[in-house]
Design a protein around this ligand. Structure first.
Ligand SMILES: Nc1ncnc2c1ncn2[C@@H]1O[C@H](COP(=O)(O)OP(=O)(O)OP(=O)(O)O)[C@@H](O)[C@H]1O
Ligand SMILES: O=P(O)(O)O[C@@H]1[C@H](O)[C@H](O)[C@@H](OP(=O)(O)O)[C@H](OP(=O)(O)O)[C@H]1O
Length: 375
């Protein structure tokens, strides 16, 4: 067992005895951030919060994600979409089923510091994971909507050369290397440079730890969920999703006795294939996080700086609901999860969304192919 493993096991045991899981999300507040918020540590793509001039995603102390609504029409489309899907009076089967594929929506809110900005308050999909491996996959052969002008179309079609062929593209990912005990980050530039024949091994493969020990368990869980989403898309004609993403997450920190031990025994750092050089990734040593043993209740206390818009037609808008649902997440020992995110370009076109479906089926096929690779 390499040095450091035992330490982590002890820390993990301590966290479990305290009734808590690994708290990657416990880190000091930045004084320049709105009160009660931190930067989401596991954001792999999209608009990042850089202050007033560049609003993006924030993480609230209660663990939820606060996504700044973009300028109309994008922002209003996304807010309207979430409100429609999570309307408590809704009985439409297609929408009710769709709800389970999305992060839970807790309504919109405003921060004291930015009273004129509307924030969507969303379930944080990566929160239940100790060492989350996360990839944002933008779906569709076509990533511009029917209202896009020539400049936007030109920008979108030149971004990733194989988008037509694959029907999906990686926009950013992070993956935990269990041997080196480091999280590796792959940005959009790395993702866009992946060649046609590299997507499987260097893209999906790198994400699922192919070089050391393919995470078949996570792939299988994700495939099951993706097939459910596929079957929803195969029959629904209510929505067309442009430039929307699937967020895939799995637990990188698995118990050593049922998954990691064989890999550690048969692979040294040297032959791990995606070490600190040559894979275009950057690394962050996360060992510093392993001592965070604080109480669950610490995460849910101060939400005073947020005002939730009073909308009785939206599910779970009360502060108590938010606290309860977030704490439930902490007890979820999930292996993997996938949700649809980013709805700034959702349209109603009354037809099967072949554009999305093509990419989804191809993604499923590629994951199946990954499982067939010799390990
Ligand atoms: N509900 C969520 N839970 C956890 N992480 C999330 C959630 N929603 C978004 N993220 C993180 O934030 C990133 C960006 O999200 P999203 O695509 O919604 O933002 P965006 O700014 O609209 O993106 P873009 O600029 O590509 O349109 C995702 O890749 C993911 O890492
Ligand atoms: O990854 P990059 O290079 O930053 O590119 C951005 C990314 O593709 C966003 O998803 C897109 O917003 P939409 O998905 O809302 O289209 C944005 O379009 P924009 O330039 O038109 O804002 C792009 O600039």
């Amino acid at each position: 067992m390499p040095p450091g493993v035992l330490t982590d096991l002890l820390v993990e045991a301590c966290l479990h005895l305290c009734g808590k899981k690994g708290m990657d999300n416990d880190f000091p507040e930045n004084p320049h951030l709105p009160k009660g918020t931190v930067l989401p540590r596991n954001q792999v793509a999209g608009h990042k919060h850089e202050g007033r001039s560049k609003l993006g995603l924030l993480q609230h102390e209660d663990g939820t994600i606060l996504k700044a609504s973009q300028k109309p029409p994008r922002g209003t489309r996304e807010v309207d979409f979430y409100k429609q899907v999570f309307d408590a009076t809704c009985t439409d089967k297609t929408i009710l089923q769709l709800r389970s594929f999305l992060p839970r929506f807790f309504g919109v809110c405003h921060l004291e510091e930015y009273p004129d900005v509307t924030y969507l308050k969303l379930e944080n999909i990566v929160y239940p994971f100790r060492k989350p491996c996360v990839v944002d996959i933008k779906m569709g052969k076509r990533t511009y909507d029917p209202e896009a002008g020539p400049a936007k179309i030109a920008k979108e079609v030149t971004k990733f050369p194989y988008v037509e062929k694959f029907g999906f593209q990686f926009t950013g990912m992070q993956t935990y290397d269990p041997v080196e005990q480091k999280t590796k980050f792959y940005d959009k530039f790395f993702c866009r440079k992946l060649g046609e024949d590299e997507l499987l091994k260097k893209g999906l493969g790198a994400f699922f730890n192919l070089q050391q020990c393919l995470r078949r368990d996570a792939i299988q869980v994700l495939l099951e969920k993706l097939r459910e989403i596929e079957s929803w898309f195969a029959s629904q004609t209510m929505f067309s999703f442009y430039a929307s993403s699937l967020l895939l997450v799995y637990e990188g920190d698995m118990p050593y006795n049922n998954y990691l031990s064989p890999c550690i025994q048969c692979h040294s750092k040297e032959d791990s294939g995606c070490g600190s050089s040559g894979c275009g990734s950057t690394e962050l040593d996360q060992n510093e996080d392993s001592s965070g043993c604080t109480c669950e209740s610490d995460k849910t206390d101060d939400i005073s700086s947020i005002s939730i818009e009073n909308s009785s037609s939206v599910i779970s808008t009360s502060l108590n609901d938010i606290k309860t649902e977030s704490s439930e997440d902490l007890h979820n020992d999930a292996i993997a999860d996938v949700r649809m995110i980013d709805f700034t370009h959702v349209f109603s076109q009354g037809e099967i969304d072949e554009n999305y479906l093509f990419g989804l089926r191809n993604l499923i096929r590629n994951l199946e192919m990954l499982l067939e690779l010799p390990s």
